[in-house]
Write a protein that binds this ligand. Sequence first.
Ligand code: FES
Ligand code: FES
Length: 157
Amino acid sequence: MNIEVTINGESRSIETEGHRRLLDVLREELGLVGTKEGCGEGECGACTVLMDGEPVNSCLVPVGQIQGTQLTTIEGMAGSDGLHIIQDTLVRYGGAQCGICTPGVALCAKWAVEKEPGASKERLRELLAGNICRCTGYQAIVDAVVAAQNSSESSHE
Ligand code: FES
Ligand code: FES
């Protein structure tokens, strides 16, 4: 089938079988290898992308379902003026950890901060609960997201 989709602000036309996993099409057809596979079963969040602004596990999404949507992958998170504030604080606070979970964490954190500006640390932990880290833990990630949130708030004052 032919799929028309906007990925990271760019219109794309993809000819592929609609049952393939979005994760595989991103990585194998489009070269967007920043999207990672962890569990492959919808449990870990490593494969998170934003579809029409909402996080989805791309390992569970048949690519036929992306017809006409707007996707953001980690490759589209930085702007022409540099890293997104979430990426910047993840680096500065040591929250960019193994490289498998980080792209999904960054995208989910972007969604969380935009969805609930001013969310408490506890609430941010809940919003990020779908993104599992199997090694280092969550403290640095949450600290980074709080710092990004505070920085966004102060830039709007
Ligand atoms: S790889 Fe998709 S949720 Fe784990
Ligand atoms: S799984 Fe990525 S830092 Fe733990």
